[in-house]
Design a protein around this ligand. Sequence first.
Ligand code: 13P
Ligand code: SF4
Length: 333
Amino acid sequence: MATTEIAPYGGVTPDAAWAQEVRELARKRDAVLLAHNYQLPEIQDIADHTGDSLALSRIAADSDASTIVFCGVHFMAETAKILSPDKTVLIPDARAGCSLADSITADQLRAWKAEHPGAVVVSYVNTTADVKAETDICCTSSNAVDVVRSIPEDREVLFLPDQFLGAHVRRETGRDNIHVWAGECHVHAGINGPELADRAAAFPDADLFIHPECGCATSALYLAGEGTVPAEQVKILSTGDMVKAARSTSATSVLVATEVGMLHQLRKAAPEIDFRAVNERASCPYMKMITPAALLRSLRENADEVHVDAETARRARGAVQRMIEIGTPGGGE
Ligand code: 13P
Ligand code: SF4
């Protein structure tokens, strides 16, 4: 999807009247509002829960609300629908896709599996429902290492679709029988090693919070390995774990390598810390399609409803359920 060609819903100011109408409509619809950490600040602030992919999936699965309004991207809302097929799941703008999820199709995965019979398929949650239906266990960035550790050492693993997260998992588990799909998120891949090295040199005392989808994750570990940045200042974290780390670090400044929406929760969690983006242009156009106007439209019109066909959902459910059972609570729970 070329997001530059798509105009998000606009024309609504997120003022007090907007907030009141959103809350009122959510109450009438018996809806819980979930927002990912990359959403616009006003969307994060109006949501019932803001968090990382794992936390939001678990909250969606446990919620008593009959409607889930997922302020995030399409695969996140689809995951909620797979876990709760009887609930109404809405996304304020169904055009909010994900370049990483688009980097592998179910046909491509079936062909890859045929080349590695007997391998265990681990798919990042950033995949379509059709890909999840071909998967043994899903994971998020916060439990990818735990998920792979749960697989017997002698079994081959197909890890998809993110090559940088796959490299992180391979490094952390020390396994050499993991095959990694060569996909990437265009936003995170653009946060590169030279940029990180420059920023780290300008702020030598800063902690580095790096999302494992970033192109610079390997460079960060290299900087730590050669002593340019003390190893204890380099932290590879999911978005939710960044919020937890912000609460516990003694650093007074932190360089953040992920989508810039993350800065809002970090500054709320630790207002005394100076948080700076490694790359200020790292904004996800899909996440930013969930505008105040889109959220209001969603609640007024019961749109856009997310559907996953029953057979695909049945085949995907086991992999998603295993994902929410493995690992410590995601950030935001
Ligand atoms: P997490 O919130 O799980 O770290 O995921 C980041 C992401 O890129 C979602 O699209
Ligand atoms: Fe997808 Fe990247 Fe946007 Fe996350 S930041 S939704 S992985 S395109």
